[in-house]
Write a protein that binds this ligand. Structure first.
Ligand code: ADP
Ligand code: ADP
Length: 216
C-alpha cells in the first residue's frame, strides 16, 4: 500500500524544509503545490498565466485548477510508493477531492503532521526566506544562509526572494490560512490522523520529532 503524508501548517512554518528531508529519508515523492504553481509561472504555461496574479496577492488559487494540477502530479511514476503533500490540501473541498483521488490509487491519507508556530516566527521566517530559481531549494538569510550569498549550494542557481514573501503579503497569507485551511486541522483530528509538531524548534529537532511521530 502506498503511503501518503499531508503536511499541514501556516505559511513560513517550515513545511517545505521538512518535506524535502522526509521525502529523502522515507523515499516518498515530494509534492509541493506552491512549487508546482511557481514552475508553471516560470515556464509561462497557460496555468502559470492564470495563477500568477493570485500568488502575488497571497490569495488561494481556485480549487478546480489546484485539484487538477495535483491529480496530474499524483499519476507520475514516482508516486507509486506514496508521497508527501506539502501545501495541498488547503481547503475542505481539496481535502475531499484528495480522499477520492487516493482511493482511486488504492491509498489514503495515512498521517497528517500539523506543524505550528506563533505568528511573529512565521513572519520572520517567511520574510527572510530565499528560494532557489532552478529547483526551489530553501534558504533563510539568518537561520540557513547559503555558503555564497545569492547562490544555491545544491545546484548553483540564483536564489531570489519570492514576491509573496514581503511582510504585508505574508500577513495576508496567514489570514487566508486561518480562514480557509484551519478547518482541515479539526477535520484530520476527528479522523484520528493529526500529529501536532512544535515548529518553533530548530530544523533538526523538528525533523527528529516528525520522524519519531511518524514511525509510531
Ligand atoms: P513553508 O513551506 O511552511 O512556507 P519553509 O520550509 O519554506 O516553510 O521555511 C520558511 C523559512 O523558514 C525558510 O527561509 C526556511 O529556511 C526557514 N526555516 C524552516 N524551518 C525552520 C526552523 N525550524 N528554524 C528556523 N528557520 C526555519
Ligand atoms: P507557503 O509554503 O509559504 O505556505 P506555498 O508555496 O505553499 O507557500 O504557496 C504559495 C502560494 O501558492 C499560495 O499563497 C497560493 O496562492 C498558492 N497555492 C499553493 N498551494 C495551494 C493550494 N493547495 N490551493 C490554492 N492555492 C495554493
Amino acid at each position: 500500500m502506498p503511503t501518503f503524508i499531508v503536511l499541514l501548517g501556516p505559511p513560513g512554518v517550515g513545511k517545505g524544509t521538512q518535506a524535502r528531508i522526509l521525502s529523502e529519508t522515507n523515499k516518498l515523492a515530494h509534492i509541493s503545490s506552491g512549487d508546482l504553481f511557481r514552475e508553471n509561472i516560470k515556464n509561462q504555461t497557460e496555468l502559470g498565466k492564470q495563477v500568477k496574479a493570485i500568488l502575488d496577492k497571497g490569495e488561494l488559487v481556485p480549487d478546480d485548477l489546484t485539484i487538477s494540477m495535483i491529480r496530474d502530479r499524483l499519476t507520475k511514476p514516482d508516486c507509486v510508493t506514496g508521497a508527501i503533500l506539502d501545501g495541498f490540501p488547503r481547503t475542505p473541498a481539496q481535502a475531499n477531492a484528495l480522499e477520492t483521488m487516493l482511493a482511486e490509487f488504492g491509498g489514503e491519507v495515512n498521517a497528517v503532521p500539523y506543524i505550528s508556530a506563533a505568528e511573529s516566527i512565521l513572519v520572520e521566517r517567511a520574510s527572510g526566506r530565499w528560494t532557489c530559481k532552478a529547483q526551489g531549494h530553501i534558504y533563510h538569510e539568518k537561520f540557513n544562509p547559503p555558503q555564497q550569498a545569492g547562490v544555491c549550494d545544491i545546484d548553483g542557481s540564483e536564489i531570489y526572494q519570492r514576491e509573496d514573501d514581503k511582510v504585508e503579503t505574508v500577513s495576508k497569507r496567514i489570514r487566508v490560512y486561518l480562514d480557509q485551511t484551519m478547518p482541515l486541522v479539526e477535520h484530520y483530528r476527528k479522523a484520528g490522523k493529526l500529529i501536532e509538531i512544535d515548529g518553533t524548534k530548530p530544523v533538526e529537532e523538528v525533523t527528529k520529532d516528525l520522524l519519531a511521530a511518524l514511525n509510531k
